[in-house]
Design a protein around this ligand. Structure first.
Ligand code: CP
Ligand code: NVA
Length: 331
């Protein structure tokens, strides 16, 4: 049966079947090709979308804006300082207003319930641009990048996430890998493993039973063996900056180094990262933390700049995959 995602929200990959995710990945590849060959079809002409950001962003915001603009749609950007939402107006009322103006709403913020409520009350498709527990558009870009650089079908690919295994990216990976029948290992300290939400694990294990995926949690470096991808993210996510001292203590052994990459035993293992990344001291945060005695780099500059690293290919694919989500749901 043909896949039809018109009118659907994109809140989490858990709401999509493997076939629907496959459809989005194939569509993203087509749209990437259209851009490369100068044959963009402008299928969103006459549409308008609004982007709500309660946390900062470079890639997600720009990918939504460029994707919409290239396909002919108009875009409004609102950050937390420039709308009434949450301060003078409830999320429900805001959703009801925006749903009458726009064809779709992107939201980045804290609670997953916020994207769910926006979808419930606006009556238009809502796209999750990152919450505390998920980042589904990032995973689409990551899967696309893996397909471009690993000569294996996704259900033969092993991804090891090294670091803060209880953050939004780690959960998003669990969902993506469960759906696509992949092997996912959350590699991090036991202290953080014990914080992983049990309901998430139950959900992903249930999906994994149907798809043949393997979802594991480990603090044993043996789990690195045979990885096709080592994935990293910052050790303290947006809003968690106070955790830096404790995270540095817990996560320093999980920093992605040349040695960690070598212990996969795979000379072609990829290094991937959603970005932004602390890989040197060229940022205010990394520099200030270091002055206070905390080395917050989750990956060495050597690995980040090595031939293994596909981080900028991945960043580019945010555009093509977000465009696919827009085209599929409101095109
Ligand atoms: N990867 C990602 O979501 O990047 P931004 O925070 O810049 O949007
Ligand atoms: N875990 C990170 C991801 C950024 C794209 C954060 O939430 O800050």
């Amino acid at each position: 049966m043909a896949v039809n995602l018109k009118g659907r929200s994109f809140l989490t990959l858990m709401d999509f079947t493997p076939t629907e995710i496959r459809y989005l990945l194939d569509l993203a590849q087509d749209l990437k090709e259209h851009k490369r060959t100068g044959t963009i079809h402008q299928v969103l002409k006459g549409k308008t979308i609004v982007l709500l950001f309660e946390k900062t962003s470079t890639r997600t915001r720009c990918a939504f804006e460029v994707a919409a603009m290239e396909e002919g749609a108009g875009v409004t950007f609102l950050d937390s300082g420039s709308s009434q939402m949450g301060k003078k107006e409830s999320l429900e009322d805001t959703a009801k207003v925006l749903g009458r103006f726009y064809d779709g709403i992107e939201y980045r913020g804290y609670d997953q319930k916020a994207v769910e409520d926006l979808a419930k009350f606006s009556g238009v498709p809502v796209w999750n641009g990152l919450t505390d527990v998920d980042h589904p558009t990032q995973i689409l870009a990551d899967l696309m990048t893996i397909e471009e650089h690993v000569a294996k079908p996704l259900n033969k690919v092993k991804v090891v996430f090294s670091g803060d295994i209880r953050n939004n990216m780690s959960y998003a990976w669990m969902y993506g890998c469960a759906k696509m029948g992949m092997h996912y290992v959350a590699y991090g300290p036991e202290e953080l493993a014990s914080e992983i939400k049990q309901d998430v694990l139950e959900k992903v294990h249930a999906v994994a039973e149907e798809t043949g995926a393997r979802i594991e949690i480990s603090s044993d470096p043996e789990c690195l063996k045979g990885a096709d991808v080592i994935y990293a993210d910052v050790w303290a996510s947006m809003g968690e900056e106070a955790e830096i001292p404790e995270r540095v203590r817990l996560l320093t052994p999980f920093r992605v180094t040349k040695e960690l990459m070598a212990s996969t035993g795979n000379p072609d293992c990829l290094f991937m990262h959603c970005l932004p990344s602390f890989h040197d001291f060229e940022t205010k945060m990394a520099k200030t933390a270091m002055e206070n005695g905390y080395d917050i780099r989750e990956v060495t500059d050597e690995v980040f700049r090595s031939r293994h690293s596909k981080v900028f290919e991945e960043a580019e694919n945010r555009l093509h995959t977000i465009k696919a989500v827009l085209v599929a749901t409101i095109g």
